[in-house]
Design a protein around this ligand. Structure first.
Ligand SMILES: O=C(O)CCC(=O)C(=O)O
Length: 370
């Protein structure tokens, strides 16, 4: 949205309350293709896991991660100048999107569409304290259909969390005061990784759609493992949107554009050492599209560039690399039935050990697996 900016009051609220809510930053028309991508991913998810317990979650409260890899609309949404402006105001002139996922709440059954109180930092604690999440309303949200509830001032420390087996989510104690948001389509709640939030069940009569994206400094690492985290999609460099920087880089402009463009490309090459050919191909397509003045083609080429990944494997309905909590992995492992292979089991345990090389239970299970 041209002219989108974070106001001084919003920036102050980010420091003092741990969050702020923007005016509508996207129109219904801008969000329509994003919502279609979510609906498509949700429909696909509902065919993936036949076991009744998992199928119930996929139907009621699916989390649909990394849509930027499968949908042009989602990829372009993630790199929107709106998020570049938020990142520039709250993180700094250089920022990456680390993670994106849609949250759907179907019409509730048995209270299962609620999210318990939690801090996103409990799932993925980053080195950089200014790490933030943007939760975008794709349907109007209020108390009836499960709008977000925030706890102002809760962001000063990471709280202890435990696994809520009923809701399959990490949960902390509720923190007073709490404030339930009412959000129109296109509004964003921007909050710190340590801001506690929750949401009640969807008691409305149609699904509620939200999209959550997290941003931090480039090449952020998880604590305590210091592993690089997430997708590292650049959204802002030198306070400018990635698409602008990459366009100037493709046009061969000298100076800052060239330095920033080269740094973006070098970082991708370092992270994906086996994908040199795919990276070169996407850059060639991008350069040709920019040269031809083809705005859609150049955006699509960047979508393809930032979707390149080392092979990640889907196990039990989620990408292995999407799991960030070694304890949760080992608990999940213990409940798995016979419908995943030995190799998939091994990959899960290896992921737990990647996150915490000293995880005793993961080590023991891996030894048992042989
Ligand atoms: O979609 C919701 O209601 C909650 C999502 C959430 O807790 C999050 O994005 O961290």
């Amino acid at each position: 949205m041209p002219g989108f900016a974070v106001s001084p009051e919003q920036r102050r609220a980010f420091d003092e309350d741990g969050y702020f809510v923007t005016a509508p930053a996207f129109s219904e028309a801008e969000l329509a293709p994003v919502r279609s991508a979510i609906e498509e991913a949700w429909a696909a998810r509902r065919t993936e896991r036949p076991r009744a317990e998992e199928a119930r979650w996929d139907r009621l409260r699916p989390e649909l991660p990394r849509l930027h890899r499968v949908s042009d609309a989602a990829a372009e949404f993630c790199r929107s100048p709106v998020f570049a402006a938020i990142a520039a105001a709250c993180i700094g002139p250089d920022a990456d999107m680390m993670w994106n996922q849609a949250h759907v709440k179907a019409v509730d059954e048995a209270g299962l569409t609620r999210f318990p109180w939690h801090q996103d930092g409990a799932y993925a604690q980053m080195e950089h304290p200014e790490t933030l999440s943007c939760w975008v309303a794709l349907t109007r949200c209020d108390g009836r259909n499960g709008a977000m509830v925030m706890s102002p001032g809760s962001h000063t420390a990471l709280l202890p969390h435990r696994w809520d087996e009923d809701l399959k989510y990490l949960a902390c104690a509720a923190r007073e005061p709490v404030h339930q948001l009412e959000m129109d389509v296109g509004q964003i709640v921007v909050f710190r990784a340590t801001t506690a939030h929750a949401s009640p069940p969807n008691r409305g009569d149609s699904p509620r759609f939200g999209y959550s994206l997290s941003f931090s400094l480039p090449e952020q690492r998880l604590l305590p493992s210091r592993m690089l985290f997430g997708d590292q999609v650049p959204v802002a460099r030198g306070g400018r949107s990635t698409d602008d920087v990459m366009r100037e880089y493709a046009l061969g402009e000298r100076g800052a554009a060239r330095v920033r463009g080269e740094a973006i490309v070098d970082a991708i090459r370092r992270r994906l050492p086996r994908q040199g050919a795919a990276i070169d191909a996407a850059l060639r397509v991008h350069r040709a599209a920019v040269g031809a003045g083809d705005a859609i083609g150049s955006r699509r080429a960047l979508n393809a560039l930032f979707a390149i990944s080392e092979e990640d494997v889907n196990v039990n309905g989620d990408l292995v690399g999407a799991r960030n909590d070694p304890d949760a992995i080992v608990r999940e492992y213990a409940t798995l039935g016979s419908d995943i292979t030995r190799e998939q089991r091994r990959l899960l345990l290896l992921r737990a050990l990647e996150l915490d090389p000293d995880h005793a239970a993961a080590k023991a299970e891996l030894a048992r697996l042989g």
